[in-house]
Design a protein around this ligand. Structure first.
Ligand code: GLN
Length: 408
């Protein structure tokens, strides 16, 4: 099966070396190499962010995903030493890496122009072996993914291309490779991106007011920073952390991070969350952490058709009617309706936030406020329930509940 849908950009891109994007439904886009040359497989998803590609590419939540930027021109601010969202396995910022499986853009910037830049996007991608593709009609690709849904894909260039004897690209061979990879549905990935040893991030300026145990399911650099700015010491623990570890640290509260993969697979984290709630310890979660808290409260999750990925997604806080413009990247969601209240073993809970565009659940909490979470990345949200609001709310909760958690 060959793809009849090569884009108008293919000809104009013929100056560069050939790269092809193959989708699991057989559609093929021809473009040119971008970043590393070779083969990569992953789930094709699109992000509508006009800026912030470095934060996107380094976010561990994108592990095993090939990201398509809807913004046509990408790379003009290059690459810097400050905006990475991942850290090394022991929390070392020098160990930051790109987590996306591949990157798809239409028009890469030929020049880098930013006072913080220390290199180009192309060099960062090729230096880290990230295979990309440029000069394809990303509008057509995104419309296809919106219509058919996110799907498995592959980017191929150089020796990874397959040729029929007559010099024609053999897309059947490439398609077979695309279809051999596992689906994102059922993918258990948090353990692949999590710290294995644990590490501590000390608060800014002086002795800690509170101690938080942060479960690293794919944590971003910004999260411990947000806590540190509020006088909180953060112990970042591996995804398979136990309640005993949390209690031994005498943590005042628990944070559940963002992370890759299907939340339906995260039974270990859900079990731990139930134990934490049973102890009465304050809990705050974002993204994957919201899905984990929701599951611990008895809700199911499902795979969305094409997900929410971007930095301008409007979220309504049900109880106040206030809307924040949020940064998100999720392909799964919790089941529920805006403002729906329900009973749980830990008290009554509510679907606190939903997306103003499509009604997707974007936040849950226990009505007594001892545990709450949002589906978005609060540090990049603008408006009334932004980072300051959520992290300050958690700090207030820690202060109000200090010492109320049952300890050994
Ligand atoms: N940003 C996240 O934490 C993503 C959560 C989950 N992997 C999803 O795709 O829905």
């Amino acid at each position: 099966m060959s793809g009849p849908h090569d884009t108008p950009f293919a000809d104009s891109a013929s100056g560069g070396d050939l790269a092809v994007l193959v989708l699991e439904d057989g559609r093929v886009f021809r473009g040119t190499t971008f970043g590393a040359v070779g083969q990569t497989l992953g789930e094709a998803v699109f992000s509508t962010g006009m800026t912030g590609y470095q934060e996107t590419l380094t976010d561990p939540s994108y592990h095993r995903q090939i990201v398509v930027s809807t913004a046509p021109q990408i790379g003009n601010t290059g690459w810097n030493q400050e905006d990475d969202e991942s850290v090394g396995p022991t929390g070392d910022p020098a160990g930051a890496r790109i987590w996306v499986a591949g990157y798809v853009v239409r028009d890469p910037s030929r020049v880098t122009s930013n006072w913080r830049a220390t290199g180009s996007l192309q060099d960062a991608l090729s230096g880290q072996g990230i295979v990309g593709i440029a000069n394809i009609d990303t509008r057509a690709l995104v419309r296809h993914l919106r219509t058919r849904g996110s799907m498995r894909a592959g980017v191929f260039s150089g020796d990874a291309l397959a040729w029929a004897g007559n010099g024609i690209l053999d897309t059947d061979v490439l398609l077979a490779r695309v279809r051999e990879q596992p689906s994102m549905l059922g993918a258990d990935l948090a353990g692949q991106v999590s710290t294995t040893t644990g590490y501590t991030v000390e608060p800014v300026g002086g002795s800690p007011q509170f101690t938080v145990a942060a479960i690293d399911l794919g944590i971003k650099t910004n999260t411990p920073r947000m806590f540190a700015e509020r006088g909180i010491r953060v112990h970042v623990l591996p995804s398979n952390a136990t309640l005993d570890q949390i209690l031994d640290l005498k943590a005042d509260g628990v944070f559940l991070s963002n992370g890759p993969g299907d939340p339906a697979t995260a039974d270990g984290a859900v079990h731990l969350t139930k134990e934490v709630l049973g102890q009465g310890l304050p809990l705050f979660g974002i993204c994957f952490g919201n899905q984990i808290l929701g599951r611990a409260l008895g809700r199911g999750t499902y795979k969305m058709k094409f997900g929410h990925r971007g930095i301008n997604i409007p979220v309504v806080e049900h109880e106040t009617g206030r809307i924040a413009i949020t940064a998100q990247n999720h392909g799964f969601a919790l089941e529920g309706e805006a403002g729906e209240e329900f009973d749980t073993p830990f008290g009554r809970a509510i679907v606190s936030h939903t997306c103003a565009n499509d009604g997707t659940v974007e936040g849950v909490r226990l009505l007594d406020d001892s545990a709450f979470s949002v589906q978005y990345h609060p540090e990049a949200a603008a408006g009334p329930h932004d980072a300051a609001y959520l992290f300050d709310r958690f700090t207030t909760l820690l202060s109000a509940r200090r010492g109320t958690g049952v300890r050994k």
